[in-house]
Design a protein around this ligand. Structure first.
Ligand SMILES: *[C@@H]1O[C@H](CO)[C@@H](O)[C@H](O)[C@H]1NC(C)=O
Ligand SMILES: *[C@@H]1O[C@H](CO)[C@@H](O)[C@H](O)[C@H]1NC(C)=O
Ligand SMILES: *[C@@H]1O[C@H](CO)[C@@H](O)[C@H](O)[C@H]1NC(C)=O
Ligand SMILES: *[C@@H]1O[C@H](CO)[C@@H](O)[C@H](O)[C@H]1NC(C)=O
Ligand SMILES: *[C@@H]1O[C@H](CO)[C@@H](O)[C@H](O)[C@H]1NC(C)=O
Ligand SMILES: *[C@@H]1O[C@H](CO)[C@@H](O)[C@H](O)[C@H]1NC(C)=O
Length: 635
């Protein structure tokens, strides 16, 4: 009989011996934040000895609760459940293994398996939390500033277990509410809007199914200023969020632009952002910027464009474009701004001063500048038969951004791990003054690795990290300051901060190293008849990569091992022991012992190592049936 046949048979045996484990009669529906009892019980329980009760998420196999050897085992439970899963130890004797799960969140939706082992018997039941009843409406919860004539988006997102039945945006006027926009019976009801908002408001059609009920308010007027509420009804729930629309007057706006210019003239050329390029003559002279301006990332910049001589306003057309891509940023035509032809990237970001046209000023305020805004811009003016243009350039956007893919990482003890972080800066990497990785989860910060004055300083690392950390030397010039942490230890778990200093700028991000899987210990006991074959179990919770794995089966009273697997070779020290190397990738290291004799009785240990690190240890006590023993005695 080969191993797989044997395994199959032992599974069948298990089912035959198994008892019935009872769960709930239907799916469970729970309100958000409430507690839910996940029922699990057996009718008859022969003995409390050897009883093991395991609660797991069926999907992720996350361990929620373990009762073993007469006690609960909180140390192997997943940390999310530490304070939330309550097991009724006193009810065990009644065969009741129910679990109380507290403070339920949407993430708790899913299936749960309760597995009960007792002696040779076992059984399980599956419980499903179908819906976590919730309605959470969130928005920007802050005051928005907008210029008259511009468009604005008021955020409102709905997280609910059932679709929203009614969503309304209302504006508070004294103690009354004016209906701005209504969604009801799965449709937007534009005719219900108050007359002052009609044709100026809309939802984002394609976003509604995602619960995004943000309101787009177009061509903002002075009287739109005020408090707006997004109110949602779903089932028996209702929730709301409010946004305040504040306003900057034009006067203040001009002062702001002036400050921008003044600070620009006084600043160093290092962050030279706007460079005057050239001015073409085709009729009249269009003037562009005369000096450098500072544009911090996320800041605003005024792109100047004006003419000396006042033109006739008739037939006036002003066109702002990216010179490289010809993207239309702004168009003034036939006496009005034309937002419908403007590229959508600029809807909320480009502000044109319509009131200043009569003074020959066609400047554009570009807000929330990003690195992508670096490039050339053309301001083109037509009037009657005349035309002219000016080209300007945003050269550098002052920025220092530390970014990386992972917010948190899981790793096994003994393995190596890379904490990815790279620096995007407008200054060259050699001008980065300092990059430090620190462990920050305790009150004090521990220095893990330091880069300063264009050099790595391994000697300044804290002792616990010395010789275990490095940067990738060849990557530093590209701004890649990823940290390689070697031979991870249990105490390495925690939060790591990568902090960067360059000139007046500094920035940082953190990575969390979590769930260090440490050695798992299990023990079993088995009773088998003489002459039978037996599978001594050794199974890891999850698959282990085969690289560098060593498996050693030992008997407690013997120095030499029973079976060893290493470097893809296996060696049996007993002709009767066998092992399926194909199952290693599934995390199964079980040993098949054939034709057991009285001498085989005793304690067997399966140890799995990766490199020097012991990742799994399972002990099985093998006992022979009394019947078999007495037969031996008679012989
Ligand atoms: C199991 O115990 C819990 C907690 O005491 C109780 O609420 C539940 O009704 C019990 N279930 C059964 C089937 O006795
Ligand atoms: C319940 O869970 C939420 C989200 O995880 C948390 O913010 C809150 O503090 C928890 N409440 C209690 C009483 O534990
Ligand atoms: C609106 O929501 C989007 C997406 O969550 C966010 O990026 C944006 O900052 C929000 N706007 C405001 C004004 O809060
Ligand atoms: C919204 O902001 C107000 C005041 O700024 C604050 O008191 C309130 O807690 C905030 N609400 C949420 C849900 O963040
Ligand atoms: C809703 O969708 C709009 C349009 O795509 C987007 O601008 C806005 O940020 C979204 N709001 C949220 C809260 O996701
Ligand atoms: C808005 O929600 C708050 C709490 O979330 C509630 O107290 C208030 O009554 C709600 N307002 C309306 C008009 O529904």
């Amino acid at each position: 009989m080969n191993l797989s046949n044997f395994l199959l048979m032992s599974i069948l045996l298990r089912i035959a011996y198994g008892f019935t484990v009872k769960g709930p009669s239907g799916l469970l529906v729970v309100p958000l934040g409430a507690s839910v009892l996940l029922p699990c019980s057996v009718d008859s329980l022969s003995s409390l000895e050897d009883l093991e009760v395991k609660w797991k998420r069926s999907d992720s196999q996350t361990l929620i609760h373990l009762y073993q050897d007469g006690d609960i085992r909180p140390e192997v439970q997943h940390e999310d459940y530490h304070d939330r899963a309550h097991f009724f130890t006193d009810d065990i004797k009644h065969g009741n293994f129910s679990l109380l799960l507290k403070n339920v969140t949407a993430e708790d939706e899913g299936k749960y398996t309760c597995t009960v082992h007792s002696g040779q018997e076992s059984g399980e039941t599956v419980v499903e939390i179908k819906d976590v009843e919730r309605l959470i409406v969130s928005g920007s919860n802050k005051s928005l500033s907008v210029y008259v004539g511009e468009d604005v988006t008021l955020n409102c997102s709905v997280d609910s277990h059932i679709p929203a039945e009614e969503v309304s945006w209302k504006k508070r006027v004294n103690d009354e509410h004016i209906l701005v926009l209504l969604y009801q019976n799965k449709e937007t009801q534009p005719e219900a809007s108050d007359v002052q908002y009609r044709d100026r408001v809309e939802f984002f059609r394609d976003e509604i199914h995602r619960g995004n009920f943000s309101l787009r308010l177009k061509r903002v007027r002075t009287e739109d200023k005020g408090e707006y509420m997004c109110q949602v009804f779903a089932g028996r729930f209702s929730d709301n969020t409010t946004v305040t629309l504040g306003q900057l007057g034009f006067l203040f706006l001009h002062i702001m632009v002036l400050i921008l210019c003044i600070s620009a003239c006084g600043s160093a050329l290092l962050f030279c952002s706007l460079i005057y390029c050239r001015s073409k003559h085709k009729g009249f002279t269009v003037k562009g910027p005369s000096g450098p301006l500072v544009v911090p990332l996320g800041g605003s910049v005024l792109l100047p464009c004006s003419v000396d001589s006042l033109l006739s306003l008739k037939d006036l057309e002003v066109q702002w474009k990216r010179s490289d891509s010809q993207t239309l940023i702004h168009l003034y035509q036939d006496g009005d701004i034309r937002p419908e032809v403007q590229n959508e990237d600029y809807h909320d970001r480009a502000h044109f001063f319509t009131d200043d046209i009569k003074y020959g000023n066609f400047s554009l305020l570009l807000k929330n500048v990003t690195a992508e805004d670096e490039g050339q811009y053309t301001c083109r003016v037509h009037s009657g038969q005349e035309s002219g243009e000016t080209v300007m350039e945003i050269k550098d956007v002052e920025r220092l951004i530390v970014s990386g893919s992972d917010q948190s990482l899981s790793v096994n003890v003994g393995e190596d791990v890379t904490l990815n972080r790279s620096v995007d800066s407008h200054i060259p990497p050699e001008d980065i003054e300092e990059v430090s990785w620190k462990k920050t989860d305790k009150d004090e910060h521990i220095l893990v690795l330091l880069y300063q004055n264009n050099k790595i300083h391994p000697d300044s690392s804290d002792e616990q990290y010395r010789h275990r950390v490095e940067f990738f030397d060849d990557e530093i010039h590209r701004g890649n300051f990823s940290l390689r942490l070697k031979r991870v230890r249990t105490e390495d778990k925690g939060e790591y901060m990568c902090q960067v200093f360059a000139g007046p700028l500094s920035s940082n991000t953190t990575v969390i190293l979590k769930q260090l899987d440490v050695r798992v210990d299990y023990s079993w006991s088995m009773v088998v008849p003489l002459g039978a074959s037996v599978v001594l179990p050794c199974i890891n919770d999850k698959p282990l990569t085969a690289e560098e794995l060593k498996v050693e089966w030992k008997k407690s009273d013997s120095e030499s091992p029973v079976f060893v697997y290493q470097d893809e070779r296996s060696e049996s020290y007993s002709g009767r022991a066998d092992f399926s190397t194909d199952d290693i990738k599934h995390g199964i290291f079980s040993l098949l012992l054939k034709n057991v004799t009285a001498q085989d009785e005793g304690e067997y240990t399966c140890d799995v190592y990766r490199g020097k690190c012991n990742v799994l240890s399972v002990t099985t006590t093998l006992e022979l049936r009394l019947l078999g023993k007495s037969q031996i005695n008679m012989e």
